[in-house]
Design a protein around this ligand. Structure first.
Ligand code: NAD
Ligand code: DAU
Length: 338
């Protein structure tokens, strides 16, 4: 059985949808705490799927996680669960340390206790933010030194290193992925792209941090998920795989593109105070995964972003329920009596 942690979040839910299309017979256990970012409605289309189980719980709760391993036959893990928003980590770093660092170690330890030698595979889903900020040239490679700027990225870097230490010290079967900025359906509207689509649609001001010239390497979430699946299937244990799309864009370019697509005025743009410790530029070198596993990004950015804007426009009720908090009721409706 494959344990997916954080399967109700943005990337985790897209990953489960991909698995269902590609691996209809795979037994999946989705473990998620349903924090503000966890939305079971992201998986509503899979209701009634008998090979997909959901369990609500905290990855940092060692008794709960150990019990889960004792009662379920888990032989693979894809670990998404995390606090993921940089701005929240600046407002309150504590939960990032608990969920992202402690939670990862609890999972590693439970798996290590339960798996015999030669058994199991753990994919740690990490981020390009662990490398810190690039100047105007150059790319992040897997051997670029870790130099995180925010409590979020420092917590992810710590978890990455703990995973690597489990490989080196215990021979634990772990592989790390580090991906750039994802866009696509089901992203919580605190992140740049869904936030701008939402606010522009309502003719509200669009907050641009600093000068708007910070650069991110945007990748469609489906390409990221296919990369994770390739690593789950064939990644070499102990290695790190960068996943990026060779698609650098400034924030202001992204915002103008969304405004243009929606037919809205650039007068909505409002430059605001910069994010403290704001990384200037991210850009990935994905040669290793391309050459060793044959993975390549497939989604063309102009098509992917147009489809993404359309998805949010076509699903106003999903957006409304997230904003109003009504999505939280879904859990009690689905599982309340169980
Ligand atoms: P998200 O915030 O949308 O989802 C996180 C999920 O984890 C939520 O469903 C939440 O309920 C769950 N969760 C949080 N704390 C938990 C805990 N203690 N126990 C169990 N579940 C918990 O995040 P996302 O954008 O989908 O990111 C998923 C992973 O991918 C994260 O590890 C993130 O660091 C990594 N990542 C994200 C991006 C990106 O662009 N979004 C890029 C690269 C890597
Ligand atoms: O690079 C991968 C990372 O991408 C992931 O590890 C993180 O989980 C994910 O949240 C994302 O981090 P960023 O900080 O890059 O994403 P965010 O959408 O928060 O911001 C993207 C850029 O837009 C960044 O330069 C900050 C800027 N921004 C963001 C918001 C929310 C604004 O200018 N205004 C805003 O209101």
């Amino acid at each position: 059985m494959l344990l997916v942690t954080g399967g109700c979040g943005f990337i985790g839910s897209n990953f489960i949808h991909l698995l269902r299309r590609e691996r209809p017979d795979l037994e999946i256990l989705n473990l998620d705490l349903l924090t503000y970012a966890g939305n079971l409605e992201n998986l509503a289309a899979l209701e009634g799927d008998e090979k997909l189980q959901f369990v609500k719980g905290d990855i940092a709760d060692s008794r709960f996680v150990e019990n889960l391993f004792e009662t379920k036959d888990i032989d693979q893990i894809v670990h998404f669960a995390a606090e993921s928003h940089v701005d929240r980590s600046i407002l309150g770093p504590g939960i990032f340390i608990r969920s992202n660092i402690q939670g990862t170690q609890v999972l590693l330890e439970a798996a290590r206790k339960n798996w015999s030698e030669g058994e199991g595979r753990f994919v740690m889903v990490s981020t390009d933010e662990v490398y810190g900020s690039l100047g105007p040239t150059g790319l992040f490679r897997e051997d670029t030194p870790l130099d995180p700027s925010s409590p979020y990225s420092a917590s992810k870097a710590s978890a990455d290193l703990i995973c690597q230490s489990y490989f080196r010290t215990f021979g634990f079967p772990v592989v790390n992925t580090r991906c750039s900025n994802n866009y696509g359906p089901y992203q919580f509207p605190e992140k740049l792209i869904p936030l701008i689509i939402l606010r522009a649609g309502r003719d509200e001001s669009l907050p641009v941090y600093g000068d708007g010239l910070n650069i991110r390497d945007w990748i469609h979430v489906e390409d990221h998920c296919r990369g994770i699946l390739a690593v789950l299937d064939g990644g070499e244990l102990g290695k790190v795989y960068n996943i990026g799309s060779d698609n650098e864009r400034t924030n202001i370019e992204i915002i103008r593109l969304i405004l243009d697509n929606l037919g809205k005025s650039e007068d909505l743009i409002e430059f605001v105070k910069d994010r403290p410790g704001h990384d200037r530029r991210y850009a990935m070198d994905s040669t290793f995964i391309e050459q060793s596993l044959g993975w390549r990004p497939e989604v063309d950015f102009s098509e992917g972003i147009a489809a993404t804007i359309k998805w949010y426009r076509d699903n106003p009720e999903w957006l409304e329920r997230v904003i109003s908090g009504a999505y939280k009721e879904y859990y009690s409706r689905q599982y309340g009596s169980k």
